[in-house]
Ligand binder design. Structure first.
Ligand code: PMP
Length: 324
């Protein structure tokens, strides 16, 4: 779908996947005026196809658009565009085994000009790709590298928006994590370098010894994860009290050592929920779970959420949206 300042949204088309023709002076290539979303379509046991909370992705997309000075796409149009894409690609929605059709809607400034101002021409595009299970052979605890040099988002910055620029800035930290034998990177706040924010692509949770679960509060620098939000709603029915508050890095380290923190897990659309195995930094490491260790709270919430997404359990929150 195209947008221009004069005409608004127009010319919606659906066509086979293929390369885009893009002007070398396009705003997005120089000033990174771009936002995106990620969500999945699932096939239920009766063959029907559903997406998980596309309205929540539409809302976050609209907020990201505002922050990046992009035009707002009405939330209903966002959902309708994804419905059309998924129905067209219905044969590509796999069945069973934690497989899904991954959906990637995005929007970018396509006007050709050199100069820093919002683009007066914009494109909204959505692509789809079948996705296998995140864990090919059983859930494995993820290892995390603490980024002490880099931050992901500053106050007043774009941390709460899902824009390509945030990820561009995090690549070098992710590279450092891999170089240090870890799979994911954890970011601290940019001001005091003391509070835990999130991982490169997931939100974090801490399970306390009284069964309550804690996640860093939204401060404008953390992405408002839709899985995070779903866990907040689910936790009560599973008997867990939820706290959204600031968590210090020191509380993580000492909590694990003292036994006050009994599990740590991360959540996001791709992996749903993954237990955190270890946190490593220059000169130290704490281990929370090894492969094969039981992580009962992470496992319980993970199964509950997957059962709703794959249509194996009731959907009391009305999260699933039928596409076909
Ligand atoms: N934080 C970041 C930085 C992410 O990229 C993601 C993945 N979208 C998340 C958190 C988790 O968000 P969600 O549950 O909506 O996938």
């Amino acid at each position: 779908v195209s947008w221009t300042a004069e005409r608004g949204w127009h010319d919606a088309v659906i066509k086979p996947y293929g390369p885009l023709l893009i002007d070398p002076a396009s705003a997005v290539l120089h000033y990174a005026q771009e936002i995106f979303e990620g969500l999945k379509a699932y096939r239920h046991p009766d063959g029907s196809i559903w997406t998980f909370r596309p309205d929540a992705n539409a809302r976050r997309f609209a907020n990201s658009a505002k922050r990046l000075a992009l035009p707002t796409l009405p939330e209903d149009d966002f959902v309708a565009a994804l419905d059309l894409l998924v129905s067209t690609d219905a044969a590509w929605v796999p069945s069973g085994g934690e497989k899904s059709l991954y959906l990637r809607p995005f929007m970018y400034g396509s006007e050709a000009f050199i100069g820093v101002r919002p683009s007066a021409e914009v494109k909204f595009i959505a692509i789809a790709s079948p996705a296998g299970p995140y864990f090919a052979s059983g859930v494995k605890p993820v290892s995390i590298w603490l980024s002490e040099e880099y931050t992901r988002a500053a106050i007043g910055g774009t941390g709460a928006a899902k824009c390509g620029g945030n990820y561009a800035a995090s690549l070098v930290a992710q590279q450092e994590a891999i170089a240090n034998g870890c799979e994911q990177v954890a970011f601290l706040d940019a001001v005091e370098r003391r509070w835990i924010e999130e991982l490169g692509g997931m939100n974090l949770w801490f399970v306390q010894d009284d069964g309550s679960i804690v996640t860093p509060e939204l401060t404008g620098t953390i992405l408002e994860g839709i899985t995070r939000d779903a866990i907040i709603a689910l936790a009560g029915s599973l008997g867990h009290k939820v706290e959204e508050r600031k968590i210090e890095l020191d509380e993580w380290r000492t909590g694990v050592e003292s036994g006050r923190i009994v599990e740590v897990f991360a959540c996001g659309t791709a992996a749903v929920i993954t237990p955190v195995g270890s946190l490593k930094w220059r000169g130290g490491e704490i281990v929370m779970a090894k492969e094969g260790d039981a992580t009962p709270v992470a496992s319980e919430i993970r199964s509950r959420l997957l059962d709703i997404q794959y249509g194996r359990a009731e959907d009391p929150h009305g999260w699933m949206h039928r596409v076909a």
